[in-house]
Design a protein around this ligand. Structure first.
Ligand SMILES: NC(=O)c1ccc[n+]([C@@H]2O[C@H](COP(=O)([O-])OP(=O)(O)OC[C@H]3O[C@@H](n4cnc5c(N)ncnc54)[C@H](OP(=O)(O)O)[C@@H]3O)[C@@H](O)[C@H]2O)c1
Length: 439
């Protein structure tokens, strides 16, 4: 005979009723039976905060208690858990701090606030039995925060590397599969609703940078903030580079890369070539994936939908259940305390090591190649592979030579110096692109 679950009702305050908020309401209504069967919990939405309470909201249950006064949630002692799905930094940050200080547990999907103000949030929650949950802030519906914090907590993590922005992955997939130029792929992504009218946050890598800050902080147990993450976007990637990469057996991705090397942290977001056999290479379209390496677990990959009402609500409500179980049994902390126990140095990008792909255009004259290879040699950068565009299936411009060089592993600073030297060679007309290669 199965043991009957202890029954309890938990009153929730929901901040925000947009894409994610309505997803949360729908999920709680539709799956309340299985949530109750599994946990004995009745998760009751006591109040929902919106900007404009008078606005008609088609599809939203009529009996949902909506307010535009946050005090109805923050000052109500019967509300034990606050779910923040408003987005933006203010007033979301302030509301979360106030809720935590009042002893309410906070569940949030807000990467902007968690990545920048995680320390303040934990400090605010430290005073009572308030906890902080933020599974949905990285990778939407993909469970990765809790696996890193709990399931894999016995490991020493060495790497956390992911495709954590669906917009850029969609654009790069379109460019790779159909040879579309960046601008065209972006316009299509905007028309289909995969990219915002102002795509800066996504295409420049800032969104991925915030998510990496969160992932790296947890994986390496040391706080990394967005300003410490090197970011480079996808706007300079061309179909030509993608085609050359294919010749080398590579696929291009916007990667968020966190590594611990000799006790220091690398945190960087940039386009990178990965071997086409790497698990991340086959993550296409708007999917997200996070690949990790730890000792002794080895390699693990988490794959799924990084956004959308349903997937994100799945993560939010999963957190909500953990939060409610923790509230029901005082002292049972669900392993969600801050794990940032160290203060490891985040290394300067110049000191990061990688292999590099470099494409340049030069005058097609005898002796030019010698000058170019000397520029590499002078900085101690050895060349692993070289392809001359002329005669290949990658087109070159009239009377000019195109050259692609791939280096062995070198420091970023060395490579930057090589680029400077190349730009000083009169026959080198342009250094067209430099892309890191992640093995
Ligand atoms: N959308 C996704 O797929 C996804 C995935 C992962 C994480 N997230 C994160 O989830 C959060 C919410 O995203 P979303 O797409 O659901 O946003 P959204 O559709 O823009 O909805 C925001 C909601 O918050 C309310 N709101 C905003 N500012 C407010 C304020 N100052 N006072 C009161 N209410 C306010 C809005 O009220 P009104 O309805 O009155 O305007 C709206 O209901 C963000 O942090 C986002 O990064 C989203």
């Amino acid at each position: 005979m199965t043991k009957k679950k202890e029954q309890s009702t938990m009153r929730i305050g929901l901040l925000g009723l947009g894409t994610v908020g309505t997803g949360v309401v729908k999920l709680l209504r539709e799956n309340s039976d299985i949530i109750n069967m599994k946990t004995g919990l009745n998760l009751e939405i006591a109040k929902v905060l919106v900007r404009d309470a008078k606005r008609p909201r088609p599809g939203v249950p009529e009996d949902l208690p909506i307010t535009d006064d946050v005090r109805e949630i923050l000052a109500d002692p019967s509300i034990k858990i606050v779910v923040e799905v408003m987005g933006g930094v203010e007033p979301a940050r302030a509301y979360m701090i106030d809720a935590l200080k009042a002893g309410k547990t906070v569940v949030t999907a807000n990467k902007d606030v968690v990545s920048q103000y995680g320390k303040d949030l934990y400090a605010a929650g430290d005073v009572g039995d308030a906890e902080l949950y933020f599974e949905a802030s990285v990778g939407g519906g993909i469970p990765v925060i809790r696996p890193l914090k709990e399931s894999m907590s016995a490991n020493r993590m060495q790497k956390v590397m992911g495709i954590v922005n669906g917009t850029t992955n969609y654009i790069l997939t379109q460019m790779s599969q159909f040879g579309r130029p960046y601008e065209e792929a972006l316009r299509e992504a905007q028309a289909l609703g995969f990219a915002e009218a102002d795509p800066t946050n996504d295409v420049q890598g800032y969104d991925a940078g915030r998510k990496l800050a969160i992932l790296a902080s947890i994986a390496f147990m040391s706080r990394v903030t967005p300003d410490q993450v090197f970011t480079e976007g996808i706007t300079r990637v061309t179909p030509k580079d993608i085609e050359y990469g294919r010749r080398f057996g590579w696929t291009i991705k916007l990667l968020a890369i966190g590594k611990e090397v000799d006790g220091q942290i690398e945190a960087r977001v940039h386009p990178a070539f990965v071997p086409s056999s790497h698990p991340l290479a086959s993550v296409h379209g708007s999917l997200n994936a996070i690949f990790t390496e730890g000792d002794p677990v080895g390699e693990t990959m988490f794959l799924g939908r990084g956004a959308g009402a349903g997937p994100t609500a799945s993560a939010v409500v999963g957190d909500l259940i953990s939060a409610a179980l923790s509230k029901r049994t005082p002292g049972r902390r669900a392993g969600d305390a801050c794990t940032c126990l160290f203060e490891k140095k985040v290394v300067d990008m110049g000191q990061v090591s990688a292999k590099y792909y470099l494409r340049l255009t030069s005058e097609d004259k005898p002796g030019v190649l010698a000058h170019i290879t000397m520029a590499f040699g002078a900085e101690g950068v050895s060349i692993a592979q070289m392809v001359q565009g002329t005669g290949g299936d990658v087109a070159t411009d009239d009377g000019k030579g195109e050259l692609v060089l791939v280096t062995h592993t070198v420091k970023e600073a060395q490579m930057q110096r090589v680029v400077k030297r190349l730009n000083g060679i009169p026959e080198v007309l342009s250094v067209d692109n430099v892309i890191r290669v992640e093995a």
